[in-house]
Design a protein around this ligand. Structure first.
Ligand SMILES: Cc1cc2nc3c(=O)[nH]c(=O)nc-3n(C[C@H](O)[C@H](O)[C@H](O)COP(=O)(O)OP(=O)(O)OC[C@H]3O[C@@H](n4cnc5c(N)ncnc54)[C@H](O)[C@@H]3O)c2cc1C
Length: 421
């Protein structure tokens, strides 16, 4: 196939078939564009596969919160830390960390939170529209997200966050005392401090979501090419002319790069700084026990999440800045099981059959990168979704479609502009 065109013509070529690439394809095909989407691996098999599946407008506070620098420094000496930085040889990594650290203060946190809040709310609304209008079978559940605390100290610390979310962002939770929590769900222990229920949050099963959405998009005419790696880009007169891939070349009018954690590698070709760092997370999925939490839950003191699906239960957590390393140490998976023990009144059968790891695409300001680049007329970026790519996918897809059409966008896209770095 070398040198030949994979497809004679397509309006839009999308690189990356994770949840973000799929969302872009959806809103573009709905507007009548022909769309081809390529991926170096299988569709939806990277970070969009085994994540926790929370659709969580409650997660509007960025990772750059006061105290994160100290957490990062401590993690250098603690291999069990859920948030871990491993020393690396790349100077660009230390520059990234420096930029991240500079933003770990109250003022920058609130500024980023405002920008996150508007896109989170928009995306949550788009999810409702999506599931009302399309037959996507993703185990969509609007049951909220429960934040459960083991200790009074942890609970009291979170009260400040909850107040901030309520007062500044109008995201209020239902507070559950120890007794309320047991009444709400008997799978929790009787000695926990309490919980907050964010009722607007929802969940999907990520792999079911990408599989079902892909099927729908195929029916609508989107062309998918798996195991097709973008190798280089032909440009002239300020435009991308051709993508050269491992399977041949692709022509299109416009190009969308939804390459997740791999995006930094495109900086040179796209003539733009793309400081996206991979942050590794883990999950493990087991058959759903007869008795287990009925609503997705977070244990913030242990930084572990647990999502019940129709037939499965998933535990997920950790954020390791350790480059693209694929190892899944058994002790990390065990940590997931151990972290849930202080909270659950039910025994969970430990199984190591379905461990998973994925790389979140992290930006140093916690905001996604959505929009046009400045040097190439027909290039758009849809990447850098940090810990919120599942949640932000529909908003991103819709914004990309509006930008391509030259329409006014539903929300202000300035905070996410690719040229900000
Ligand atoms: C443990 C864990 C739990 C999480 N939980 C949640 C959650 O509950 N809610 C939430 O909203 N988010 C969550 N996230 C974050 C979320 O998973 C990511 O933000 C999201 O999956 C990113 O989607 P993406 O499409 O940008 O990236 P990906 O899914 O990684 O897709 C990018 C694709 O681009 C392809 N690609 C890259 N370079 C090339 C190239 N040169 N040629 C061809 N193809 C290429 C890759 O193969 C890949 O398939 C979690 C993440 C982790 C790790």
């Amino acid at each position: 196939m070398d040198g030949s065109n994979l497809f004679k013509s397509t309006d839009i070529a999308i690189v990356g078939a994770g949840i973000i690439g799929l969302a872009c394809a959806h809103y573009l095909v709905e507007e009548g564009y022909s769309v081809t989407i390529i991926d170096q691996g299988k569709i939806g098999a990277a970070c969009s596969y085994g994540n926790c599946g929370y659709i969580c407008p409650s997660h509007l506070l960025p990772l750059t919160e006061p105290g994160m620098v100290w957490t990062g420094i401590k993690s250098l000496f603690n291999p069990k830390s859920a948030f871990r930085i491993k020393p690396q040889l790349r100077p660009s990594f230390y520059f990234w960390l420096l930029q991240f650290a500079r933003r770990c203060n109250h003022g920058d946190m609130i500024k980023a939170a405002k920008s996150l809040n508007q896109i989170l709310e928009f995306s949550r609304q788009e999810y409702s529209n999506l599931f009302s209008n399309y037959p996507i079978d993703a185990q969509w559940k609007e049951t909220g997200l429960l934040y459960v605390f083991q200790t009074k100290r942890g609970l009291n610390e979170f009260r400040h966050t909850d107040r901030l979310l309520t007062d500044e962002f109008n995201h209020s939770a239902q507070f559950l005392t120890t007794e309320d929590l047991i009444e709400f769900d008997s799978s929790y222990k009787k000695d926990l401090a309490g919980a907050f229920l964010y009722k607007d949050d929802a969940s999907v099963k990520p792999d079911a979501m990408t599989a079902s959405w892909t099927q729908l998009l195929q029916q609508k005419g989107v062309k998918f090419i798996e195991h097709c790696r973008l190798d280089s880009i032909n440009k002239s007169n300020g435009r991308v002319r051709l993508l050269k891939t491992s399977l041949g070349s692709i022509n299109a009018e416009q190009f969308v790069f939804a390459t997740g954690a791999w995006s930094r590698g495109l900086s040179k070709e796209l003539e733009i700084s793309l400081p996206v760092e991979p942050a590794k997370g883990y999950s493990v999925t087991i058959p759903r026990p007869e008795h287990c939490p009925s609503v997705p839950v977070l244990f913030p003191e242990h930084r572990v999440g647990l999502t019940p699906f129709d037939n499965h239960l998933r535990l997920g957590s950790m954020m390791e800045f350790s480059g693209f390393n694929t190892k899944i140490p058994k002790h990390r998976v065990k940590q997931l099981f151990n972290a849930s023990k202080p909270y659950l009144n039910v025994s969970i059968q430990e199984s190591y059959d379905e461990p998973w790891t994925g790389w979140r695409p992290m930006t140093w300001d916690s905001l996604p990168i959505i929009g046009r680049t400045s040097k190439l007329d027909n290039v758009l970026l849809a990447t850098g979704h940090n810990m919120l790519g599942m949640t932000l996918a529909p908003a991103t897809g819709k914004l990309i479609a509006q930008l391509i059409q030259g329409k006014e966008t539903s929300i202000d896209v300035k905070p996410y502009r690719p040229t900000r770095f």
